[in-house]
Ligand binder design. Sequence first.
Ligand code: GLN
Length: 234
Amino acid sequence: AAAPAPAAKEELLVGTEPSFAPFEFPEKDSKEFTGFDMDLIRAIAKEMGYKKCTIKNMGFDALIPAINAGNIDVSIAGFSITEERKKQVIFSQPYYKSGLAFVVRKDVNDVKKFEDLKGKTIAVQLGTTGALYGEKLKDKGSVVKTFNTSDLACMELKNKGADAVISDLPVLQYFLKNGGSEYAKLAGEPLTAEDYGIVISKKNPELAKGIDKALDALKKNGTYDKLYEKWFGS
Ligand code: GLN
């Protein structure tokens, strides 16, 4: 007998945490999310033949559990590929080179390098590599305050509830460029190099293969470069 026809690919259900501009953030005067990740996953869904790409807003720390519970198909949320996460999920091929850095309040003048954050108050986002990195300071007399979103961590700095924010460099750069430089500045050197990957359930290796194939196609046909230029070009 002939093999059954593959099920029609109706909808790709995507989870994200949209406080992470320029990767995912609310579009002005719209209910949609925009950003590099959002454009990329919509292009991937189209390339794979999905009729619809639906994007759900969730807490960052809820994304991997939602994938493993089957509530969403994939997550794209500026996720750094880490060994710890690879125990729980599959990552696509890397699609963006990122890494951690930190900003301090403009009036903080005694922080030139990461070690100078000892004794300071640092804001981070729950469940992120930045939050993990911040833990290195905990036995140095620093206070690490954890927030549900990256926006809230930056707000704490603005409100003088924190001296520094540890987050991903491109996100901090975007924040500084869009008003943040009035009260914050980059300090020290970048802390890590990290690659972003799209997150897929270990129960769905076929989907992971399909995403990698689509990424290859978009890199080859110029779509990836066009989106990169749109969001990160000068
Ligand atoms: N890249 C960081 C991580 O994977 C931060 C991601 C985010 O806050 N959306 O933990």
